[in-house]
Design a protein around this ligand. Structure first.
Ligand SMILES: Cc1cc2nc3c(=O)[nH]c(=O)nc-3n(C[C@H](O)[C@H](O)[C@H](O)COP(=O)(O)OP(=O)(O)OC[C@H]3O[C@@H](n4cnc5c(N)ncnc54)[C@H](O)[C@@H]3O)c2cc1C
Length: 255
């Protein structure tokens, strides 16, 4: 099984994990290689933004499973799993249609937005690593939270930006959310018109974006990073240099 890691800044109130058979009610093609698989949320069951589910297909893979962050908000009637096509499990998922049955178990995980707190939130995501962060942003926008969020979001090309339209709408609707996009494989012909940043999320980028956004009068923000290990280490180093306490630097590792 895959593992995930985070500092234990704030454990969620104990949520009861259950295992159930869920019907996939909708499949949404988000980008060329990412799909959202939608399920109805069971009654009397919830999760905290950032948590994940384990997915099983016992008839195909026996006891093997994979973890998927919930991209929808806990307020939604649906559970959305937004998944990138990659290897064994995901190739099987790509053969499934609406109406298929999935075995789900959860929620799990300590990489969460503590919804009781009032401090600002720095989110850093690469590619499909945006999924737990999306749940947090959706939740904060729905409840009209006055916490400020900065999302620094890296992708290869414009067509790979998962949730791009929705994120742009959220930014227009919620003045507390700022999103900075960076692209690592932007074609030369698009460079003139691309309004965001280019290149991988690196130390200089994190530092300058954080310093521009951070409100120095308030409590230290919490940072939540989901992406490759190099990015996680970079963020930890820069934020530590900027004086952020360790407990405000959280991360999730997908691979
Ligand atoms: C807590 C947690 C939450 C997760 N949430 C999501 C999510 O929301 N969406 C999502 O798509 N995935 C998510 N994952 C990853 C997911 O669990 C699987 O690892 C992924 O879907 C690949 O499974 P597979 O069977 O298709 O590939 P496998 O056959 O397992 O892939 C083979 C190898 O490729 C590596 N690998 C898989 N995907 C990538 C990648 N994109 N880049 C680099 N290496 C990779 C794996 O480590 C493995 O060694 C999450 C993982 C964890 C631990």
């Amino acid at each position: 099984m895959h593992t995930s890691t985070t500092t234990l800044q704030s454990r969620p109130a104990k949520r009861k994990s259950i295992k159930w058979e869920a019907e996939c009610i909708e499949i949404i093609q988000e980008t060329p290689d990412v799909r959202t698989f939608r399920f109805e949320k069971p009654e009397d069951w919830t999760f905290v933004p950032g948590q994940y589910l384990m997915v099983f297909f016992p008839e195909v893979f026996g006891k093997k499973n994979r973890a998927y962050s919930i991209a929808s908000s806990p307020n939604s009637d649906y559970i959305d799993l937004t998944i990138k096509l990659y290897g064994l499990f995901t190739h099987h998922m790509w053969t499934l249609t609406e109406g298929s049955t999935w075995t789900l178990r959860g929620p799990y995980g300590h990489f969460i937005l503590n919804t009781e707190r009032k401090n600002d939130v720095l989110l850093l995501g690469a590619g499909v690593g945006v999924t737990p962060l999306m749940s947090m942003i959706r939740w904060a926008t729905e409840v009209k939270s006055d916490r400020r969020f900065l999302l620094l979001y890296s992708n290869k090309k414009p067509k790979d930006i998962i949730f791009h339209n929705e994120l742009q709408a959220i930014e227009r609707m919620n003045p507390n959310v700022k999103i900075v996009y960076t692209l690592t494989r932007l074609e030369d012909r698009l460079k003139q018109s691309w309004p965001g940043l280019t290149g991988r999320i690196n130390g200089e980028m994190v530092k300058s974006q954080v310093m521009e956004w951070q409100n120095n009068d308030g409590e230290t923000p919490t940072s939540l990073t989901c992406g490759p290990i190099v990015m996680i280490e970079t963020v930890e180093k820069v934020l530590t240099e900027l004086g952020w306490p360790k407990e405000e630097i959280q991360y999730e590792k997908f691979w």
